[in-house]
Design a protein around this ligand. Structure first.
Ligand code: GLN
Length: 491
């Protein structure tokens, strides 16, 4: 049952061959027996009550395509029933009085929440090792990281603990863990999915998106996710192009004539040979499907790292100022006065990486450095976005390349080296800075004894609002290949 796609499960639910209650129980049992530390909060009674309601809708004929399908949420989305912690001690016992818009939308569609998924603390990280609740293990190789920050989401899907999950992507956190765990994920155009109730990291970059095993499943999920939300000040309106649409409509379009841009900078020094080989093989497959490859240049790719690691911490330092021990979350037990309470609460409640970003962010925003760092970074951000626009105008319909320079690394290998983690974001950051949609699909495995089980992801980047096109391209690839159907051993 757990090897079925959402699309297949939906058919079984609608034809009454299975019930949502059975399906939900099946996944809850798998979660209880799992060793990946992917889930942080589970509530069997709450999930089964939702499943029962879904079964009632299925029985009375008011069900939609996702009714009764279980989904798990990254613990960045707040949920009324389950704790919402952002994988931080700061919010260790926090229960939100409301649901995030995304959670509400999936609830309205009749989906059943399985629980909350581990991630890097406040979504800051690339390996899920920054979680206050321990790292997640990669289902393909328990010695490897699952990627981050949506590592719990990707691992849960790869281990068949959930058929669907939400993720958030600020600088690659949907695409990179999807790549490391061999699943499919899409980060939509910035502003298409509501950020309301998504615990904020860097508001001008944060974007929620779906993660599943296939592009078709991601399309079904995205159908429910997108749309204007007046409670999110940067939510795009229908007039700006953010109308709801059926993302499955173009899945079966042939790829004849598709121009795929292949940026030189994504294949240079630093790209591991095994990743390059799998990505190039995927590009060849697209040529067989009728596409043409166009080499071109994204000259500012390397600048995306310094730019992102100025802008994201700057916004984080502001967003995280609300965690002060007064309003909600953790408060230090002993303190002399208010200043001391703030200091101790934040020193004890936040992990190392979060503290590092708050310090960097505060530094680049302070008077005297603001122009030198923050304003400069904003200017380069614009130039990075302009490079993409020039590419889409002159060279190609979509861009393809690796998601990350290597396959998943060993747990612990980079945990004391923040810069090594930052460098691994090189291929995902510029898409986020430009606000473009990007997707990751599994296209093979690493080479060599150690890496042979670790998946490789292909990144597909499109212009604004090109989600349906990305999903079409990914679906056509998945019709022609079977990487997306592979399961880790013992699953
Ligand atoms: N790895 C990047 C970071 O650490 C991206 C994280 C994300 O997309 N949430 O900031």
């Amino acid at each position: 049952m757990h090897n079925k796609t959402i699309k297949e499960l939906s058919t079984l639910l609608h034809s009454k061959q299975i019930s949502s209650t059975e399906l939900t129980r099946h996944y809850l049992d798998r979660i209880a027996a799992s060793q990946h530390n992917a889930f942080l909060h589970v509530d069997v009674d709450l999930s089964l009550a939702q499943a029962k309601a879904a079964d009632a809708r299925l029985a009375e004929g008011s069900a939609g395509p996702l009714t009764g399908i279980p989904i798990a949420h990254k613990d960045i989305f707040v949920t009324k029933g389950w704790r919402s912690t952002a994988a931080s001690k700061m919010l260790g016992n926090y229960v939100s009085p409301f649901d995030a818009t995304v959670v509400t939308k999936f609830g309205d569609a009749g989906m059943v929440t399985l629980g909350k998924l581990n991630c890097d603390e406040f979504a800051m990280g690339s390996s899920n090792e920054n979680s206050a609740f321990g790292s997640v293990k990669n289902p393909w190789d328990l010695l490897a990281v699952p990627g981050g920050s949506s590592g719990g989401s990707a691992a849960a899907i790869a281990a068949r603990l959930a058929p669907a999950a939400t993720g958030t992507d600020t600088g690659g956190s949907i695409r990179q863990p999807a790549a490391f765990c061999g699943i499919t994920g899409i980060k939509p155009t910035y502003g298409r999915v509501s950020r309301f109730g998504m615990i904020a990291f860097a508001s001008s970059l944060d974007q929620g998106g779906p993660m599943a095993r296939t592009a078709e499943d991601c399309a079904l999920l995205l159908n429910e996710m997108v749309g204007f939300d007046e409670r999110d000040s940067t939510s795009l309106t229908p007039e700006q192009g953010n109308a709801r649409e059926d993302f499955t409509r173009d899945l079966n379009q042939p790829l004849n004539g598709l121009r795929i841009g292949v940026p030189k900078e994504y294949f240079g020094e630093g790209l591991a040979a095994d990743v390059e080989q799998a990505v190039r093989a995927a590009l060849d497959q697209f040529v067989k499907l009728g596409a043409t490859l166009v080499e071109f240049s994204l000259p500012k790719t390397s600048l995306s790292i310094p730019v992102y690691y100025i802008i994201a911490p700057a916004e984080a330092s502001s967003n995280l100022s609300r965690f002060d021990g007064v309003r909600y979350g953790y408060r230090t037990p002993e303190y002399k006065d208010l200043q001391d309470m703030y200091k101790k609460t934040r020193a004890e409640g936040f992990g190392k990486e979060v503290q590092r970003r708050i310090m960097v962010g505060t530094y680049v925003l302070c008077h005297g450095y603001y122009d030198a760092y923050y304003v400069q970074a904003q200017k380069i951000r614009r130039l990075i976005a302009d490079d993409f626009q020039a590419a889409f105008k002159d060279h190609c319909d979509v861009i393809m390349g690796p998601v990350a320079p290597t396959v998943a690394w060993d747990l612990g290998a980079k945990s004391d080296d923040p810069v090594a983690n930052y460098l691994a974001d090189i291929f995902t950051l510029s898409t986020s800075l430009a606000g473009l949609p990007g997707m990751s699909i599994p296209v093979g495995f690493g080479a060599g004894e150690k890496n042979a089980k670790r998946p490789v992801g292909l990144q597909i980047i499109g212009n604004y609002f090109a989600e349906a096109k990305l999903l079409n391209i990914a679906h056509q690839y998945q019709q022609a290949t079977d990487w997306h159907t592979r399961a880790p051993e013992g699953v």
